[in-house]
Ligand binder design. Structure first.
Ligand SMILES: Cc1cc2nc3c(=O)[nH]c(=O)nc-3n(C[C@H](O)[C@H](O)[C@H](O)COP(=O)(O)OP(=O)(O)OC[C@H]3O[C@@H](n4cnc5c(N)ncnc54)[C@H](O)[C@@H]3O)c2cc1C
Length: 76
């Protein structure tokens, strides 16, 4: 089976990894000509990390990222 995924965002790439684990061939179509850092970080919550754990990439992400030791919520 071949599946086309439109968009190489976190949703598209995560879905592609799951499908590939099931032995399904995936073709990703991304409108951007290159994928590069945009100068913004992303916080991966525990539920997201559970998904990445199932995919076997949690340790890689943990190694490449920085643990969040504290947060401050500002209003105004
Ligand atoms: C400022 C900001 C900060 C955020 N911070 C966090 C955070 O810290 N933690 C968190 O969990 N979430 C955060 N989010 C939310 C999170 O980024 C989004 O929910 C998530 O990235 C959505 O992923 P996605 O794959 O669905 O979409 P996207 O990441 O938007 O990816 C969609 C992709 O599809 C491509 N595309 C679109 N149309 C087409 C087309 N017609 N053909 C081909 N390609 C196409 C786009 O170029 C893009 O690469 C933040 C969002 C914003 C805006």
């Amino acid at each position: 089976m071949n599946i086309a995924i439109v968009g190489a965002g976190i949703g598209g790439l995560t879905t592609a990894l799951f499908l590939e684990k099931l032995g399904i061939t995936v073709h990703i179509f991304e409108q951007a000509s290159e994928i590069k850092p945009v100068g913004a970080g992303i916080i991966l919550a525990h539920n997201a990390m559970q998904v990445f754990d199932k995919l076997g990439i949690k340790d890689l992400i943990t190694r490449l990222g920085n643990p969040l030791s504290q947060g401050v919520r500002m209003n105004g």
